[in-house]
Design a protein around this ligand. Structure first.
Ligand SMILES: Nc1nc2c(ncn2[C@@H]2O[C@H](COP(=O)(O)OP(=O)(O)OP(=O)(O)O)[C@@H](O)[C@H]2O)c(=O)[nH]1
Ligand SMILES: [Mg+2]
Length: 288
């Protein structure tokens, strides 16, 4: 995982594991904790606050806090897929570490070896969007820093490695609220019923749908331009230094609706397109 503080990384992990359970079931498979530590961490840090207490979770502690659960990966067994025993290994990071990397970046060196890095972009950090939706959704308690700084820190840490990068527009439920704002342009963009970013086919097929993925990629790319994130897009398209890394744009909502204070919406959790980035990586590694 990667991204600034409070972009939605940890909540996404909590929800992704549940969604992967549904996804594996469509293939007559299952997802299991590969070890007791993963089980304990997932249950206590991710599952309980969200699915039992129906609240949010605190900021992930920096890796330098040595008892931090982020220094050890979460490991899940996916059973045998395409004839090979598969494990899914997830590393959460603290946005704090990515906004201001520690002098010793060794604890983040795993990023160079990842089969995929998920970079989260929070649309609510864009002042214009926050202002437009302020009367429609409750104000968010935590807000992260500049995504450009985080991306450039990430690219520095990655160095000459080229892990595929999923650039994910998170909290997409907040973007969908823009169809109700007093702004003709945003209203028409977000009410386009043909748009891939308004439907979620991710549980319909056991394969990653390349056509749907490419369409979504182009749509999110233009949304990022509209969100004044042109610099971020350009630094991937035309990297100043280093290599060009393979990247793809995604849109997800872990919660499906804005939380109110520190509680999830009373209607519950309705994840949107959370499986896409995972299916993209699983398809590249040959697991699906
Ligand atoms: N509307 C909406 N808000 C979300 C969603 N996911 C996360 N949030 C909000 O974003 C806040 C931060 O989410 P976290 O998952 O804890 O963020 P993080 O990226 O892990 O943050 P750090 O641990 O500080 O790096 C939450 O407390 C929610 O208020 C979502 O899908 N929709
Ligand atoms: Mg976190």
């Amino acid at each position: 995982m990667n991204g600034a503080r409070a972009t939605g990384k940890s909540l996404y992990i909590a929800v992704l594991i549940k969604q992967l359970g549904h996804f594996m079931a469509t293939m007559n498979g299952t997802i299991h904790f590969a070890d007791a530590r993963t089980q304990e961490t997932y249950k206590n840090i991710y599952e309980k606050p969200l699915f039992e207490a129906r609240g949010l979770m605190p900021a992930t502690p920096p890796a330098a806090t040595h008892d931090s659960y982020v220094v050890e990966p979460l490991i899940f067994s996916l059973g045998i897929l395409n004839g090979v025993r598969r494990y899914l290994v997830i590393r959460d990071v603290a946005g704090e570490d990515m906004e201001k990397p520690p002098a010793d970046t060794m604890p983040l060196a795993f990023l160079r070896h990842a089969d995929g890095v998920f970079f989260m972009f929070d649309p609510l950090t864009v002042p214009d969007i926050r202002a437009k939706v302020q009367d429609l959704i409750p104000a968010q308690l935590r807000l992260g820093g500049d995504p450009n700084t985080v991306l450039s820190n990430l690219l520095n840490i990655i160095g000459t490695a080229t892990p595929p990068l999923a650039v994910i527009l998170s909290k997409f439920d907040a973007m969908q609220e823009l169809r109700n704002v007093d702004d003709v342009q945003w209203q028409s963009v977000m009410s386009n019923s043909g748009a891939a970013f308004l439907r979620d086919p991710s549980l319909e097929s056991s394969k990653y749908d390349q056509d749907d993925g490419e369409l979504l990629h182009e749509e999110v790319r233009s949304l990022l331009h509209k969100l004044n994130a042109r610099h971020l897009v350009l630094s991937l398209e035309n990297p100043g230094a280093g290599q060009r890394i393979p990247y793809r744009f995604f849109a997800v909502s872990a919660l499906g609706e804005s939380p109110s204070g520190d509680a999830v919406h009373s209607r519950g959790i309705a994840p949107f397109r959370c499986l896409d980035p995972a299916k993209w990586v699983l398809s590249m590694t040959g697991a699906i």
